[in-house]
Structures are given as structure tokens and as C-alpha cells.
Write a protein that binds this ligand. Sequence first.
Ligand code: HEC
Ligand SMILES: [Cu+2]
Length: 375
Amino acid sequence: MNTSLPGMAERASVVADRFEPLFWYIVAWTGAGFLLVSVILAYFCIQYRRGPGGPISTPRILGSHRLELFWTLTPLFIFFTFYAWGVWIYNGVVQTPPDAPEIFVIGKQWMWKAQYPGGQRVIVGGNPGNMSEEDQAHIGALVLPLDRPVKVTFISEDVIHDFGVPAFRQKIDVVPGRYVSTVYHPTKLGEFHVFCDQYCGTWHSLMVGKIKVVPADEFELFIQGKGGAQGSPNPVDGSMAQKGWQHFQRLQCQSCHVPNAGAGTRLHPRAPSLEGLFGQTVPLHGGGTVVADEPYIRESIVNPRAKVVEGWEPVMPGNYESQVTPEELNELVAYIRWLKPGGMIAPNDRAPAPFGAPRVTPPQSTPSGSSGGKQ
Ligand code: HEC
Ligand SMILES: [Cu+2]
């Protein structure tokens, strides 16, 4: 069976491909048992019904050991095939290949917090309304490599949650005070739903997120912190782009460079939006154009007067080079390079909390309000 029935989640992992035949095998046997019993029941109802002439006497039948053995051992044998097949699948889920990278996921009312071996952090789903500002900034997808098993270890910070991935046909209870782990072995690129499969309180229904499966080499770059943040809508901790985003906030670049769409857009921005800038052809003041590559972005930061964008005033401060190290400048450029359309929308605008959702005001870290400015 290669395709799923309509209405069923697609299959995207080794376990899903192994599990689905077993599922239908069990459905077929139990369905056949149900049919058999129903047919015999209907037959007996008619055959031994109470006739018009009062009860008819039935023949006296004594037990048959042969028959008893048959209907005991046959189902037993069939049930053992369920068991053996299930054990084989289960072993694939609990036995970790030695070279599998390990990802930690913490369940918490009502979000999943993932940590990668490279130090990256992603918040998978959840209710932005009750997250700290820093957590909101990490909302993204759980990035997994294609065709490569990874070990995922879970623990809960509060109550019992359950990490359920329909496309993988895998779910695992996430329990406070105890590590549980499982192996994911994705077989398809793309994004897949994650649900909390265990009712865990008021905003349980918001504990949903995404898994993003990327090619294995991209995953490798991602955990080395080199790959920008392919896997998530926000730059992820540890990557250059993420660090650049922190400098961007610290230097208050966003006081002029605002998102170009969605909530939070100012009517009269003071500077061009930097979203999707990388690779674009930029018209320059005084004629001519330039392609926005890394050298151009760098020059625009250290020497904003060198090339002024058509239609804008040259008001960008020219002293940024003295405020950042060369490494930090690279990171800023990496961030702008990474910045896709819509990427600068504040995460709380991206996913507004539903009406009535509890809001926790994040503690005011610095007087200047430059959140996430940690180095
Ligand atoms: C006072 C407002 C202001 C601040 C603060 C500011 N910029 Fe700008 N920036 C502008 C304006 C206006 C332009 C367009 C005119 C020009 O090219 O100088 C611009 C242009 C740019 C460009 C080229 C954009 C394009 O479309 O080609 C980049 C890249 C850039 N800024 C990055 C930054 C970074 C990074 C920071 C923070 C370190 C920053 N800016 C801070 C006003 C600002
Ligand atoms: Cu939950």
C-alpha cells in the first residue's frame, strides 16, 4: 500500500510506512471477526426463533474439545502476529542508531521548546500570548534531516503532554521528571503538523506546531549554525543570522527599517524595508542601479552615503562601523541576507493570541527596551 486513504495524513517517515500496513492488517482481521460473528448471530436469530407454536425444543449438544481448541488457538495465533509485527516496529522507534544526532524537546504549558546539539533553540508552536518576548522570537519549526534518523528526547516542565506527529504515525507521552526518547526517520521533505495529543489545560488546543524536514546537508549546516535559519520563520539561536538580528535590535536599526507589511507597519516609514532585499536590483539616487549582494549590504551599513537608494533621504547614521566588530558586521549582513518578505514582522503580530488568551508581560530587561540584546 503506497498511498494513504483520503482524509488520512500523508506518510512521511519510515515508521509511518511500516505502521500503516499493520494498521490495515489489524483492521482486516478484526473486521472479518466482526462480520463472522454478525452473520452467525443473524443466522441463529432466524434459525432458532420462537415459532408460532411456542418454544421448539433444541437438540442437546455437549462440548467439543476440538472445536474449543480451534477457536482458542486460531485467534491466539493471529493475535501473536499483531504482537510480533508491532514489536518489530516498536524496536525501530526505541533503538537509536549510534550516530544519530540528538534533539531535546521540553513540553511546557503550552509550547514545545527544542534544543539542538549546536545550541540552537526553537519554540515549536504554542501560544505567543503567554510566552516571554525572547521565546516569541524563537517560534519556528522543528527542523529534521531527510532520510536520516534522529533521536529526540522529551521531558515535560509541568504536566503530561504528548508529542504527536500524524505524518510520522508517531506520538509519545511527555512526562514531567522523566526523559523519554524516540527516533524520527523522515522520508519526505516538507512541513508536517505537530499536535499535543494529551489534554494539558486551557490552551492545549494552541499547543500545535510544525516539523520541517530539510535535506540532510542543509540540516548539518543548520546545526553547525552556518545555515541561517532555513527551518524556521525566525532566525534561530546560534546561527549568524540570529546573532545579526540581535545586533539589529541593539543598534535600533528597526527604528527606521520597519516591516513592509502587516500589523506594525508605519504609514510613513523612514527607510526602505530590508525584507527580501538580498538579490534585488536597487535603483540609486542620481541614476543607475545596483544588485543587493553582500558587499553592497555591507557598504550600506558602514558607509550609507556611498550609494543612496532612490526616493530616500540620506539620513542613515554613518558611524555604525565603530559600534560593531567585523564579526558582528558579518552577522548583520547575514541577517539582512536571510531576511525574507514578512520576516521582520514581530512574532506577536504573526500569530495574534486568540481573544481571552492569558498574557504574560515579559519582564523589562533593559531600560532602552532593546530586548534580546544578549551577546
Ligand atoms: C535614521 C534612520 C536609519 C537607521 C537608524 C538605519 N537606517 Fe539603514 N537606511 C536608512 C535610509 C533612509 C536608507 C535609504 C537611503 C540610503 O541608501 O542611505 C537606508 C538604507 C539601508 C540599506 C540599503 C537598503 C536598500 O534598499 O538598498 C541597508 C542594508 C541598511 N540601511 C541597513 C541598516 C542597518 C543594518 C541599520 C542598523 C545598524 C540601519 N540601516 C539603520 C535609514 C536608517
Ligand atoms: Cu500539551
